[in-house]
Design a protein around this ligand. Structure first.
Ligand SMILES: [Zn+2]
Length: 416
């Protein structure tokens, strides 16, 4: 038996145990767990064996996984450890993990250079004493030209003066933009200014399902299943699931900071307030499919799976005007029927995740406990009741981690 066949067999017998099953908000979990593959064991059981915290149950029986009880929790109204209070944006915090352009070589040097400059700019703007590279020089050149030539300047010297003026204008605008980003970061109490994402790729990366995520049998015609987008850029993608908590501050914060994200929504959890997500959409957030009722799809009959996925396509189209192309199965639970049903409903790709962000920490699914280019990060619409932190707390914690590792949050749809 070949290695691939063994891998496929292992996937069949154990299900996908990578990202685990953090999406426990629907009230169907009790029965869903019983339907889970692996002898009724939900996917998170495999994680528990590996030391990942298992879900706990609320008094009402609904599952609230990853409830935080340990140290490092974000207390109400307090700035957690390691985070600076308002008005104390760190100088050059993002610089450390990002090599300066002169230290870099190789393929993605251009993108990293841009970010290195951004990190340097953070230092200057944050400190309030930095001088824009080239800005003052350009202004001096302009003044010198004016003093020498005066109103009678003609020809070449006049062109030089105009060029100097344009350079000075550009430098001033860049300086003002940096100052605005710094002020926004300070307003939302970020530890440092987020790095700017590089320009989107010229060509869309081709998604391929890794061997450990494939369902048995032929792959042709099935949408790819991925936890990462192929890229060499130091970018990660933020996805927020379910729709339970509807904090207006989240929409404001992300719009202010210009941090892109994508939402995977379950109708049961959004139907009480469709308008919240309409407001999100107005800020450019793409709303994608996370089923009608948030059940375990693996092992579910074809008709029901079709209804869960296509039905949510219909809801999103009716409410928000477009049918999504991206789908995320609740709990990361899927089988061939899921992928076939998703394809028939117009889904182009199934997105799982590489890391999960909480209000107080990040959980890494891969080796090394670090981010990788193109990682998809999962988090949830949660509030204090579920994780004793707010959505802005989660964003602060996430951005601190992402920025400290030299990454930017990029727009998922720019890469697909
Ligand atoms: Zn979910």
């Amino acid at each position: 038996m070949s290695v691939l066949a063994l891998a496929a067999l292992a996937a069949l017998s154990s299900g996908w145990t990578g990202p685990g099953a953090p999406c426990a908000t629907a009230g169907t979990d009790g029965t869903a767990a019983a339907r889970a593959p692996g002898g009724g064991r939900p996917a998170w059981a495999a994680e528990r064996r590996e030391g990942v915290r298992a879900p706990v149950r609320d008094a009402d029986g609904s599952r609230a996984p990853h409830r935080d009880t340990g140290p490092g929790q974000v207390p109400d109204g307090r700035v957690p450890d390691g985070r600076l209070p308002a008005g104390a944006v760190t100088e050059g915090r993002a610089r450390a993990p990002v090599s300066g352009p002169a230290e870099q070589g190789g393929g993605a040097a251009a993108g990293r250079s841009a970010r290195g400059q951004e990190a340097g700019a953070v230092t200057a703007a944050g400190a309030g004493s930095g001088r824009p590279a080239g800005g003052w020089a350009a202004i001096k050149a302009q003044h010198a030209g004016g003093a020498r030539g005066g109103p009678s300047v003609r020809g070449a010297s006049g062109e030089r003066a105009r060029r100097a003026q344009r350079a000075a204008d550009a430098a001033r605008e860049a300086r003002e933009a940096r100052a605005a980003r710094t002020a926004t970061a300070r307003h939302w109490r970020l530890a440092s200014v987020p790095l700017a994402a590089p320009p989107p790729p010229a060509a869309e990366p081709r998604l391929r399902t890794p061997a450990d995520l494939r369902v048995p049998g032929p792959q042709q015609g099935l949408p790819p299943v991925v936890t990462r987008i192929p890229t060499r850029d130091k970018v990660v993608f933020l996805t927020i699931d379910d729709g339970q908590d509807k904090d207006p501050d989240l929409i404001r914060m992300m719009a202010d900071l210009k941090v892109p994200y994508t939402a995977f929504l379950t109708d049961d959890l959004i139907s009480g307030d469709y308008r919240y997500f309409a407001a999100m959409r107005e800020h450019g957030v793409v709303l994608d499919n996370h089923t009608l009722h948030h059940g375990y799809l693996r092992g579910m009959g074809r008709v029901r799976q079709q209804r869960e996925i296509c039905g949510m396509q219909d809801v999103l189209e009716r409410r928000y005007g477009s049918r999504p192309e991206l789908f995320r199965p609740p709990y990361g639970s899927y089988d061939r029927t899921t992928l076939e049903a998703a394809e028939s409903c117009g889904i182009k790709a199934v997105l799982l995740w590489s890391e999960e962000a909480f209000a107080d920490r990040m959980e890494y699914r891969g080796k090394g406990g670090v981010l990788h280019p193109g990682d998809i990060i999962l988090t949830h619409f949660r509030g204090r009741r579920e994780w004793r932190g707010t959505m802005p707390d989660m964003v602060r914690n996430l951005l601190r981690t992402v920025t400290a590792q030299g990454y930017a949050v990029a727009r998922l749809e720019d890469y697909l």
